[in-house]
Design a protein around this ligand. Structure first.
Ligand code: BTN
Length: 239
């Protein structure tokens, strides 16, 4: 899937994901269109959270995909493709990223990027997808304690648009038809894979170990000698 042949740059918008959702109701956006905003007034994160980002200092953009061609039960392949492409771009820039399931991008134990994928489904599969990405670039002060940015990690200012072009290049190199290899790369970079950690599920806190991710994207965690598969809302990591 090629992206970035059309890029729309907005100075301010509520949310680049919302912008695409509204625009495709009235317009024919080509698949792969990228919407970039200097500022979002209502940036959205996963699990209904807000995504805060200093105006002009970070990357906040969304990609419209109308040719995903994945069945409903293979939706997670898209998360893999996006996470791996973003990690490849960050690695090229000189960082050592890892992926906190399902698709937060971390540098050591600090979050540098978040991904919000919103799929529109039909009976047969994904009709279209809106992939929103927030990557901290030049911001150095955060309300949240475990956040980081390129500036914090590399000690230097980066041109936000140049970073976007580097990311687009990696998306265009990552081949969705080679999903097996991409999934292996995803697992190789999975945060806390095979390490003991503290989790919480509906039965309370427990010590466990992430051992993998199922085809449908559930997190596989070993708990008291048994492997349990979890959806996003069903488990959290306790720091
Ligand atoms: C998360 O980590 O919770 C996901 C954050 C996703 C933020 C990006 S910024 C661009 C796009 N527009 C939004 O409103 N959200 C995503």
């Amino acid at each position: 899937m090629q992206i970035g042949t059309k890029i729309i740059h907005l100075s301010s918008v509520d949310s680049t994901n919302n912008y695409i959702a509204k625009r495709i109701l009235v317009d024919n956006l080509p698949s792969g269109t990228v919407i970039l905003a200097d500022e979002q007034t209502n940036g959205r994160g996963q699990r209904g959270k807000i995504w805060q980002s200093e105006s002009g200092n970070n990357l906040t953009f969304s990609i419209y995909l109308s040719n995903v061609n994945l069945s409903v039960d293979r939706q997670f392949d898209l998360n893999i493709w996006v996470s791996v492409a973003l990690c490849r771009a960050l690695t090229k820039i000189g960082l050592t990223p890892s992926i906190k399931w399902p698709n937060d991008i971390y540098i050591e134990s600090n979050k540098i990027a978040g991904i919000l994928i919103e799929n529109s489904l039909s009976n047969t599969g994904i009709k279209h997808s809106i992939v929103g990405i927030g990557l901290n670039i030049n911001q150095v002060n955060f309300d949240c304690i475990n956040a980081t940015s390129l500036k914090i990690e590399l000690g230097e200012w980066r041109n936000v648009q140049e970073v976007l072009f580097q990311i687009i290049e990696q998306f265009n190199h990552a081949d969705m038809n080679e999903i097996k290899g991409l999934k292996q790369e995803y697992l190789n970079q999975l945060y806390l894979l095979n390490e003991c950690a503290k989790f919480e599920d509906k039965d309370g806190p427990f010590d466990g170990q992430i051992i993998g991710v199922t085809e449908s994207g559930k997190l596989q965690v070993e708990k008291n000698g048994f492997v349990k598969d979890y959806y996003l809302q069903e488990i959290s990591l306790i720091n």
